[in-house]
Ligand binder design. Structure first.
Ligand code: FES
Length: 191
């Protein structure tokens, strides 16, 4: 039963965020006829994107939002977590590729290449284990975060570090960084 109580806060956060995301999508749907006449590609893009307000997420906290049916982890990393991630050499990584959709395919998996310039405390990841698709733990305060302080996938024991890079276990790749941008100091647009 103990494991249930550890999961509940995570689930609550997800439901709340999901409801907000749906509200955003609802607004986009209402605009559909206008956008559709203007430019079909733009309309598709609008429905595929969500905006997330980061201002409630304090240092050390994380939220999960839903984007295109997938969980997206957003963590406001502590200075220590950033420092730890930056100190890792590429030769220590199981997957040395950034896996950042905003960068060329073979970009190295430095912490810099997994975050945005001057916003390095924010880490945004598709929260799906690259082994067989489970949702890793590590978003809630009480969660196991694995041996490298990031996320831990309990399905088969994959450990991700504080940059979301696979460090131990069967997962072959780093957690994916989805396309996103800062549209203001505290707001990101994913997709
Ligand atoms: S699905 Fe995550 S370790 Fe297998």
């Amino acid at each position: 039963m103990a494991s249930h109580s550890a999961e509940d806060p995570n689930r609550r956060d997800f439901i709340v965020i999901l409801a907000q995301a749906f509200a955003g999508v609802g607004a986009a749907v209402a605009l559909w006829p206008f956008i559709h006449q203007m430019n079909p590609d733009a309309s598709t893009q609008a429905l595929a994107s969500i905006e997330v307000d980061l201002s409630p997420v304090k240092e050390g906290q994380a939220i999960t939002v839903s984007w295109r049916g997938k969980p997206v982890f957003i963590r406001n990393r502590t200075a220590e977590e950033v420092k730890t991630a930056k100190a890792v050499k590429l030769t220590e990584l199981k997957d040395p590729i950034a896996r950042n959709e905003a960068l060329p395919d073979r970009s190295p998996a430095t912490d810099q290449n997994r975050t945005k310039k001057d916003k390095e405390n924010w880490l945004v990841l598709v929260g799906i284990c690259t082994h067989l698709g489970c949702i890793p733990k590590g978003q809630s305060m009480g969660d196991a975060k694995g041996d490298y302080g990031g996320w831990f996938c309990p399905c088969h024991g994959s450990h991700y570090d504080t940059a979301g890079r696979i460090r131990l276990g069967p997962a072959p790749q780093n957690l994916l960084v989805p396309p996103y941008e800062f549209v203001s100091n505290t707001m990101i647009k994913i997709g």
